[in-house]
Design a protein around this ligand. Sequence first.
Ligand SMILES: [Zn+2]
Length: 332
Amino acid sequence: MSTSLPWQAEALTFYTNLYRQGELAHGYLIDDSPGDGRANCVRAIAATILCQETVTGGCQTCSACKLLSAGSHADMLWVAPEGSTQIKIEQVRSAIAWSQKTPQQGRAKVLIIDPAENMNLFATNSLLKLLEEPSGDTYLFLLSKNTAKLLPTVRSRCQILNLTTPSFSEGVEWLKGLHPELKPESLLTIYELSGQKPQVAKDIIDQGLTQFYLDCVSVLGEWIAGNTSAIVAAKTLHSKEDLAAPYDILFRATVFALRSSLTAISRQSHGFQVLVEGLMRSTSPGRLIALNTRCVTYKNLALSDHNLNPQLTLEAFLIECYRSDRDLLVQA
Ligand SMILES: [Zn+2]
């Protein structure tokens, strides 16, 4: 069972107290956009509810906590797509039937639907009944990576589970604790490139992509300065393990460059700062916006099923950027 993350401690205490006071709502919607580990906090709240001692995050020693750790607690149901991308009506119907039974282990049951936006229309309509007439001992958590895709009727019937995002230093310190072997500068660069999303940064490091990301930053900097051709740059920037990385990195750099043109930002790692400053020198804010959009377009193209050669797509992207987004007047 995963535990909540340091920056979620306050929220976990808050919702634990609500539960102990009998004031926890029966339906919550959680914006589970990738990177902050919000599902961890939901798991910890679920553990609190199911723990026989109602210990925050679970005591880990009672029989309920042990069953939960083993994934065999009868009062915990996690509904996810099965055999397709959709959560189907049969799954929601059986979850509703389950919610109407008496808890087998303790006082309450926890139902999690993840990702809620993957419920098809029939499943969603079926769930509305449960949201309108919740079973008194069932707590429902809807995890969603894109809450805008949920029907307004679902959103309006749920409370929002308020979870904070980590501060810059909280995220960096957490990563340092997990990866003390990394040089501080490298760790800082990866954290910047992740969009300051701790889980995303952790995934990059855990997948052994740290050096590749650092190389991408360096090569993109050289390419922007005009010291490397698109063809040579594409060779280094191309990796079968992560086709999206060069587009994501340049996207992130354009965002920082745009922000830096409005207000002084000085916390980037040195390597990333060089890339951002290079962008600011070689193009105008208007073209930065165009470049930002082009990064998204080409990333989608690179990840699509069109059977395009990824390295040639990257070359085409770099050549087009250089022709279209480079502001020769600013450069001169
Ligand atoms: Zn326990």
